[in-house]
Ligand binder design. Structure first.
Ligand SMILES: Cc1cc2nc3c(=O)[nH]c(=O)nc-3n(C[C@H](O)[C@H](O)[C@H](O)COP(=O)(O)OP(=O)(O)OC[C@H]3O[C@@H](n4cnc5c(N)ncnc54)[C@H](O)[C@@H]3O)c2cc1C
Length: 208
């Protein structure tokens, strides 16, 4: 039995937090996580979509996926969510930094096998990833549901870390006549690109 993850912050503990509400805010603001696990002494970190459902983090994938098969059989994992909020320009490379919000969730994911629960969790994933879309989608077939695994990772052992604000320069660098500050970064939504086979007369929905 491997040991439970240690979420005690050693470095920059002032940026760390174990508040559930803060973790939820960070999780709800993202759509991509990186899931880490170790197989035969080799670590893998796999990017994938996710959604939060109450106190669980939902991920899904093909039943043939190595990640899904191993996590479903009880392999411990760590899902990390990161928002890159800004580049922090200090007056030295040492003090230059990034503004960010991140969450790490550790544990063992539960495979969702009940068909109704699986359907519900897929709906939660769709609602989070593509808000408004669900009403326009046909019902998933049994075959599609059987080809898909959904895993629920409990948000029980977790930690958040955030950096905000201006650079923290060394006193001795403050007289240097170079610009210092933050360049904020954010994801933006582009103009939708119609699929080449959209039926004539079908208009773009408002939720895009
Ligand atoms: C976008 C981004 C860029 C970063 N760039 C750098 C970089 O270039 N160099 C660098 O050293 N660090 C960087 N960090 C911080 C980095 O994530 C770690 O917090 C830091 O390196 C300390 O790691 P550690 O394993 O020594 O932490 P420790 O304090 O030993 O970690 C102990 C526990 O604290 C928690 N924890 C630690 N870091 C995080 C985190 N980011 N989010 C949630 N929980 C956490 C975990 O539960 C972990 O097990 C960056 C973070 C982000 C989000």
């Amino acid at each position: 039995m491997t040991q439970k993850a240690d979420t005690k912050f050693e470095r920059a503990p002032d940026r760390g937090n174990h508040d559930f509400k803060l973790a939820c805010d960070i999780l709800d603001a993202g759509k991509i996580c990186h899931v880490g696990f170790t197989l035969d002494d080799q670590p893998y970190v796999v990017p994938m979509a996710y959604a939060r459902m109450g106190e669980q983090l939902l991920i899904h994938g093909s039943i043939a996926s190595r990640l899904v098969k191993n996590l479903a059989s009880g392999l411990r994992c760590c899902a990390t969510i990161t928002h890159f909020d800004g580049l922090v320009y200090a007056r030295s490379s040492f003090n230059s930094s990034m503004n960010y919000r991140s969450v790490m969730v550790f544990g063992i994911a539960r495979p969702i096998t009940d068909v109704d629960e699986k359907r519900r969790t897929i709906q939660v994933l769709v609602d989070h990833l593509m808000p408004g879309r669900r009403a326009d989608l046909r019902k998933s077939t049994k075959k599609e549901l059987n080809a898909t695994s959904v895993l629920a990772l409990p948000i029980e052992t977790y930690s958040s870390k955030c950096r905000t604000g201006p650079p923290h320069d060394s006193k001795s660098d403050l007289n240097t006549p170079v610009w210092a500050g933050v360049v904020p970064l954010e994801l933006s939504v582009g103009d939708p690109l119609d699929a080449p086979d959209v039926l004539p007369g079908v208009i773009r929905p408002d939720y895009l």
